[in-house]
Write a protein that binds this ligand. Structure first.
Ligand code: G3P
Length: 215
């Protein structure tokens, strides 16, 4: 399973990339806005840190605008993947971009039907938003199961990015269901490390060692 970092924060990306934990990065307008920096500068900097797919999202909502922005963003680095929202214009733009060899990550996927449309249009990545489904009492993980089934039935060249991850269990469940990628916010990545028994165990090892050799 690949780990992407779901952030536009360059420091966090460097921090986890140094541990070999970052196979790619996903950003969205909200995440870039939070950094208060120039969009293209951020994407360029991320591309220099991580050697893997970097998702940059278009802001236009019409087909021509999406395609124009996508082509401009693609110029930044060969690893740029264009995030396109799941709308009719987004589907048409995805079809056009796929034919031009531009990789699309179709975002804001909330149903298996939407996932199927994205696959048909030629998306190379699809992003089911599981946390936002859980927020409205729908099972995000059931969507991942359905999308996995669909992909396993055919030979679409597409990977599932489980997105809108809120806690470590989301990551573990996504892995157990065979999702290709989890895109993880830095705060959740931190939590993946933690177990109280690890801390207690290490403390005890060091104490026993020091007691034994103090004598
Ligand atoms: O990758 C999508 C993600 O950024 C959305 O997460 O927590 O805003 O639903 P969230």
């Amino acid at each position: 399973m690949k780990f992407f970092l779901d952030t536009a924060n360059v420091e966090s990306i460097k921090y986890f990339a140094d541990m070999g934990l970052v196979d790619g990065v996903t950003t969205n307008p909200s995440l870039v806005a939070k950094e208060g920096r120039n969009f293209e500068d951020v994407i360029r900097e991320i591309s220099e840190i991580v050697d893997g797919p970097i998702s940059a999202e278009v802001l236009s909502t019409d087909v021509d605008g999406m395609v124009r922005e996508a082509l401009e963003l693609s110029e930044i680095h060969e690893n740029i993947v264009i995030k396109v929202p799941m709308t009719k214009d987004g589907i048409k733009a995805t079809h056009i971009l796929a034919n031009k060899g531009v990789k699309v990550n179709m975002t804001l996927i909330f149903s298996p039907a939407q996932a199927l449309l994205a696959l048909k249009a030629g998306a190379r990545f699809i992003s089911p938003f599981i946390g936002r489904l859980d927020d409205i009492s729908c099972s995000g993980m059931e969507l991942v199961v359905a999308v996995r089934d669909i992909l396993d039935n055919y030979d679409f060249e597409c990977e599932i990015i489980v997105a809108s991850i809120r806690h470590p269990l989301h990551v573990v469940e996504a892995a157990r269901l065979g999702a290709d990628i989890a895109t993880i916010p830095p705060s959740v990545m931190e939590k993946l490390f933690n177990h109280p028994l690890t801390d207690v165990g290490l403390e005890r090892f060091l104490k026993d060692w020091s007691n034994a050799f103090k004598k």
